[in-house]
Design a protein around this ligand. Structure first.
Ligand code: COA
Length: 334
């Protein structure tokens, strides 16, 4: 906190999300790959996912619509924003940022804008950065979006990775609030780049590490060592969640909703059981949308927010892990 600024809080004013209409079910995969509904459900908990229509939808379109919905929910206009942050690893272009184009589309010029590349942690990284900037007095009102067009970087000839991912965007509006008790109570951002090749997207052959030269997945598509990521995720998810609850004195009884990045139902269930969290406190929508990377936590937050399940005074937790390898947590009181 800057010394000469009065302490402030951060309010979540509204949320929004977008998922494409096109559904891709496990049966659809079974028609093109050697896989089955039973295998996918048992190993991942996924039944179907949404896929962009490339003729009219991409990361920018999903991000813009999610933000417009969040603005509507907050009863605000684009011109009320002074910063837009988009978490994504599937920008249409690396320049300009998705955030700058979204800002122009919603009338937020001259709000600052940038993208965050933290894979599945993109939205939680964005929220944590945004709330810190508000508390430091640098910005008043920030739109945070997680948006991912995973279908544009998935090799649909490979069954080991393609079945996991879907497309979506989630957004929220954060605003400076005079009540310092409101807002983020604890946050954590972390990364361990030594594990980068467990989950990566090589564009050129020279980006491929020696350990992965025989990978049949085509360049320009996401590659993953499922077993390594699973091991990392099961441990990290639990650690990050435990740490966030410990630092905020939250227990399985006192915590509100726990929003986990929807990576794999088995990974989420392992953390839930370890922490003794009741099923109704750990939101699940991976069955309908698959793993939507940076879109995932924002999409969950929007579903819970609109269902009135984010309770006042009862802190809720967001937690994610992803490529990088990265991890992030954020505990909020609204
Ligand atoms: N359908 C049917 N069989 C499949 C398959 C599919 N879609 N994908 C892989 N298989 C096969 C493998 O070829 C292997 O066959 P084999 O025993 O004859 O060699 C067998 O199933 C087991 O494969 P394995 O990779 O060991 O499966 P798994 O139990 O580790 O499950 C994942 C695979 C991807 C579901 C799991 O590793 C996982 O969820 N990892 C974490 C992924 C993740 O969260 N990524 C995102 C991070 S943000």
């Amino acid at each position: 906190m800057n010394g000469d600024l009065p302490a402030c809080g951060v309010r979540i004013c509204g949320t929004g999300s977008y998922v494409p209409e096109r559904r891709m079910t496990n049966e659809d995969f079974a028609k093109i790959l050697d896989t089955s509904d039973e295998w996918i459900v048992q190993r991942t908990g996924i039944h179907e996912r949404r896929i962009c229509d490339p003729a009219r939808e991409s990361t920018f379109d999903m991000a813009r619509t999610a933000l417009e919905r969040a603005l509507e929910c907050a009863e605000m206009k684009g011109s009320d924003l002074d910063l837009i942050i988009v978490g994504t690893v599937t920008p249409e272009m690396t320049c300009p940022s998705v955030a700058a184009r979204v800002g122009a589309a919603v009338g937020a010029v001259p709000a600052a804008a940038f993208d965050v590349s933290a894979a599945c942690c993109g939205f939680v990284y964005g929220i944590n950065i945004a709330q810190g900037l508000i508390r430091a007095g640098m910005f008043r009102t920030i739109g945070v979006i997680g948006a991912e067009n995973m279908s544009s970087i998935v090799d649909y000839t490979d069954r080991s990775v393609s079945i996991l991912f879907g497309d979506a965007a989630g957004a929220c509006i954060l605003k400076r609030d005079p009540d310092p008790r409101i807002g983020c109570l604890y946050q954590r951002l972390g990364a361990d780049g030594t594990g980068w090749h467990s989950l990566y997207l090589p564009r050129k052959q020279r980006d491929v590490p020696a350990c992965d030269v025989d990978n049949p997945i085509r360049l320009g598509n996401i590659r993953m060592n499922g077993k390594e990521v699973f091991r990392f995720a099961v441990t990290k998810f639990r650690e990050v969640l435990e740490e966030a609850m410990h630092h905020t004195n939250l227990t399985a009884e006192s915590v509100g909703q726990v929003i986990c990045h929807q990576s794999n139902l088995r990974i989420i269930e392992a953390a839930r059981e370890r922490l003794g969290l009741p099923r109704e406190k750990v939101f699940i929508n991976i069955d309908k949308y698959g793993n939507t990377s940076a879109g995932s936590v924002g999409l969950c937050l929007d579903e819970l927010w609109r269902a009135g399940k984010i309770e006042r005074e009862r802190p809720f937790v967001m937690v994610a892990f992803g490529g990088g390898l990265t991890w992030a947590s954020s505990v909020w009181r609204v």
